[in-house]
Design a protein around this ligand. Structure first.
Ligand code: NAD
Length: 466
């Protein structure tokens, strides 16, 4: 979904609030309309968009002038919060869309954060480590006045990692001597005040979203015929039975970075008897093995090859993997039960949506389905777990990391996993119940309803809606 589509869905959902009897305790329809209109104007518009240029002296091409952004969408729920991505796809529109999604995600999970996002228009694979270090520090120098532990708290995202964040923390500390700095960023290395399990959290949460739906949520309603979403329900039941009867649920994963490789490992380590990873992909290739890939060997190989999957027969042999090599884009149309999208935006669209075979699509990445594909696949009876629901594990654990900087207690990894799982399954239940027991809205619409209701309530309680 692009920014315009996200904003249109927000408007549709918010327009529906004014027709709800007694919404926010307001019985007068005219007053309700005014209040809802004001809330819509606030959420529709972005608080602040910062664009700057990072100038660095490069080893190959002299001075480079690199566009960089920080977008702060809304902070009614708390300090601005959102990742920073390093990618050639970065544009102002993309970063703003991602900032809006962060506001919605944090509101859906009742986290005390608003929504923001950052981006730098570079391909991190094409610059040296020294250049990457300089770019990271200059990003902080340019935004020093707008970020901070009680203002706007960035984290890693596509193309960035804990090393980049550690460099940024170091620069923030240098610029702000004597000030508190540990809560200025999350996603730090454990050595630098991060929490154990932050890197894995987004992938773990994504795995939890579909495994909990199939194995726990749907089990409660095993023999329920009154569920109105017959097609989606049938698909869940088929997968549940498949897992039970020793037949593997087949998972395909697009993207094998921070997020995708953890989803693969979680499936491989925790769900071996019920499911298998039949395909994975990165920017260059798809690897397909209908009997299941050896995920541990793949992870070992990618660690030794800057995150890249084996891309020819020699590398497959070196990795100890048996698989067919296909073009990168093929992963989304392969025969599988669950498709996890963990790469970039707009990967399923009108040109390939009809070839998608998966019963469940999970948005690990932000906005990987176009609106057209979302609606089409929903009509086909597929279950689509949307980004703001599925990939929130990272920001939930970021919240715990930020909380740790304000307390003496250091969380153990078990405490982190348990808190994250509890928070996620509470919200999963709210969304899955609302979605499967009504056939009015898509699951995305359901998530937006819950998130926007929270935001509107906060705006109203803060006295901002007249
Ligand atoms: P990453 O940079 O670690 O990995 C990205 C992966 O996607 C790599 O395997 C890369 O080769 C692949 N990829 C890139 N372009 C591709 C293309 N055109 N086609 C197919 N594959 C491609 O990034 P990440 O941290 O794993 O993030 C992946 C997605 O998840 C992003 O959309 C990000 O916004 C989202 N996300 C990440 C986090 C987090 O905590 N890291 C949290 C929420 C959402």
């Amino acid at each position: 979904m692009k920014r315009k589509e996200t904003q249109t869905l927000i408007e549709t959902v918010m327009d529906s609030f004014s027709h709800r009897d007694n919404f926010l305790g307001i019985s007068d329809p005219e007053k309700r309309r005014t209040v809802c209109r004001s809330a819509k104007e606030i959420i529709k518009t972005t608080d602040k968009i910062i664009k700057c240029y990072i100038r660095i002296s490069t080893e190959k091409n002299g001075i480079a002038r690199i566009p960089a952004y920080r977008v702060q969408h809304n902070n009614i729920s708390g300090y601005y919060k959102g990742g920073i991505r390093f990618s050639e796809g970065v544009t102002e529109e993309e970063v703003e869309n991602l900032a809006i999604l962060m506001t919605l995600k944090n509101a859906l999970y009742w986290l005390p954060f608003g929504g923001a996002k950052g981006g730098v228009h570079i391909n991190p694979r094409l610059v040296s480590e020294r250049e990457l270090n300089l770019i990271s520090k200059k990003y902080v120098q340019n935004l020093a006045r707008d970020i901070g532990p009680s203002q706007d708290i960035p984290a890693p995202d596509l193309g960035t990692n804990e090393q980049v964040i550690d460099w940024m923390v170091g620069e923030y500390k240098t610029i702000n001597p004597g000030k508190s700095y540990m809560g200025s960023f999350t996603g730090k290395s454990v050595a630098n005040g991060g929490v154990k399990g932050r890197r894995e959290s987004t992938g773990r949460g994504i795995f939890l979203s579909y495994s909990w739906l199939i194995n726990s949520w749907s089990k409660q309603y095993d023999k329920n015929d009154s569920i109105p979403r017959k097609q989606q329900w049938q698909r869940l039941q088929t997968l549940h039975q498949k897992g039970r009867k020793g037949k593997s649920i087949r998972i395909a994963i697009q993207g094998f970075g921070n997020v995708g490789n953890v989803v693969a490992q979680e499936t491989y380590q925790n769900d071996k008897n019920k499911s298998s990873v039949v395909a994975v992909s990165d920017h260059a290739v798809t690897l397909y093995q209908p009997d299941g890939l050896d995920v541990e060997n793949l992870v070992t190989f990618t660690k030794q090859h800057y995150g890249d999957l084996p891309k020819n027969a020699d590398e497959l042999k070196q990795a100890g993997i048996q698989a067919t090599i296909l073009p990168a884009a093929d992963v989304v149309t392969l025969d599988c039960d669950i498709l996890v999208l963990a790469a970039i935006e707009e990967q399923i669209h009108k040109n390939n949506m009809e070839q998608v075979k998966a019963s469940i699509l999970v948005e690990g990445a932000n906005a990987p389905l176009s609106t057209e594909a979302d609606n089409y696949l929903e009509e086909q009876g597929r279950v689509i777990i949307p980004d703001i629901l599925a990939n929130a594990g990272g920001v939930i654990v970021s919240y715990l990391e930020w909380k740790q900087t304000q307390a003496v207690h250091n969380f153990t990894e078990e405490e982190i996993i348990s808190s994250m799982s509890q928070k996620m399954t509470t919200t999963f239940r709210d969304v899955f119940d609302a979605y499967f027991f009504s056939n009015k809205h898509t699951m995305r619409h359901t998530c937006y309803l819950l998130a926007l209701e929270r935001l509107t309530t906060l705006l109203y309680r803060h006295g901002k809606l007249y």
